[in-house]
Write a protein that binds this ligand. Structure first.
Ligand SMILES: NC(=O)c1ccc[n+]([C@@H]2O[C@H](COP(=O)([O-])OP(=O)(O)OC[C@H]3O[C@@H](n4cnc5c(N)ncnc54)[C@H](OP(=O)(O)O)[C@@H]3O)[C@@H](O)[C@H]2O)c1
Length: 293
């Protein structure tokens, strides 16, 4: 189903327009600690690198909203990179058709983010190292859906992480969430999206909660989402910078996965669009260029 921002990404006013790393930045599990890493013999490390093995790749990532257009791409890309995935979905039957359920590294579990943090903690289990949230309310008759899903649902997920000692959280948010503070109150995209139950305001509230929670977060704010393959390179900017532009969902998924790989993505808010004329930059470069605030 087309979401408001998909519609906007088709609107000209909205369009202005691996390599693996050795040590990863999950801090909740001893196996990831720099200490353990330091204990590894140099030969052991170089052998693994030479063999093309990423030391993070056996980790299990919980993806909320895994049957969504971006969520399913995140699942696919995580699996392709060697992660194990626990796909949190509302509808198990839908998941069987949307996701490649025959992959032994993929586990599908029921997870409705509006049902509270206890149920979500059960779904996340004790074997997930990080949570990626790719949920977004589905337009319908429930006018409170954006608040229930994009604000409280995400807050519930963070609370569930606390209960499970999961200390890594990647959120797919949106550019313009802080449009009011950016002086973008009259931006058609800002107005349009907030007509749908204050969607951007709901997302901003969730972002604030995450940032205060102490969890190691990366908040990814994409421009208008497109289903077509990438046509340009990723442009990454600090928070409250971009007010227009669009990006392929494939690239958004890639940024979410790379955020789990690069420690430079920790505790950061990144805004992303793609532009054909932008130079191709490594994810190390892109994440490093954004300052923590
Ligand atoms: N569309 C745009 O142009 C645009 C631009 C910037 C940012 N964004 C944001 O980017 C994110 C991904 O967008 P998208 O268009 O790829 O998403 P999407 O296809 O609309 O998928 C949304 C996902 O959220 C799930 N969901 C909805 N309510 C839920 C609940 N109560 N509990 C658990 N899951 C729930 C849906 O489950 P079902 O599959 O069961 O329905 C679906 O998997 C969203 O947060 C969106 O707001 C979108």
């Amino acid at each position: 189903m087309a979401t408001p921002l998909t519609l906007l990404s088709r609107n000209p006013t909205f369009h202005a327009h691996h390599h693996p790393r050795l040590h990863k930045h999950f801090t909740s599990r001893p196996s990831f600690s720099p200490l353990n890493f330091a204990k590894m013999a140099a030969s052991e490390i170089s052998e693994q690198v030479a063999a093309g093995k990423d030391l993070s790749l056996k980790k299990k990532i919980f993806v909320a909203g895994a049957t969504g257009s971006t969520g399913k791409r995140i699942v696919e890309q995580l699996l392709a990179k060697g992660f194990s995935v626990k796909a949190g979905v509302r509808d198990l039957d839908k998941a069987k058709t949307t996701l490649s359920s025959s992959n032994p590294s993929l586990q599908i579990v029921k997870a409705d983010v509006t049902e509270g943090s206890d149920k979500l903690a059960q779904a996340i289990g004790d074997d997930s190292e990080a949570v990626v949230c790719a949920t977004g309310f589905r337009p319908g008759w429930d006018l409170l859906a954006p608040w229930k899903v994009d604000n409280f649902g995400t807050v519930n997920l963070v609370e569930a992480c606390r209960k499970r000692n999961v200390n890594r959280f990647v959120l797919i948010s949106s550019i313009l969430v802080n449009g009011a503070a950016m002086g973008q109150l009259l931006n058609p995209a800002y107005i349009f999206l907030n007509v749908f139950g204050l969607t951007l305001v709901a997302k901003l509230q969730a972002e604030k909660y995450i940032r205060k929670s102490g969890i190691n977060y990366t908040i990814i704010r994409p421009g208008g989402l497109r289903n077509d393959p990438p046509t340009g390179n990723v442009v990454m900017e600090p928070e409250d910078t971009l007010s227009e532009g669009s990006i392929s969902r494939d690239q958004v998924a890639e940024v979410a996965v790379e955020a789990l790989v690069y420690p430079e993505a920790s505790y950061k808010v990144v805004e992303i669009v793609s532009r054909p004329d932008a130079p191709k930059r490594s994810y190390h470069d892109l994440f490093s260029s954004i300052r923590q605030r």
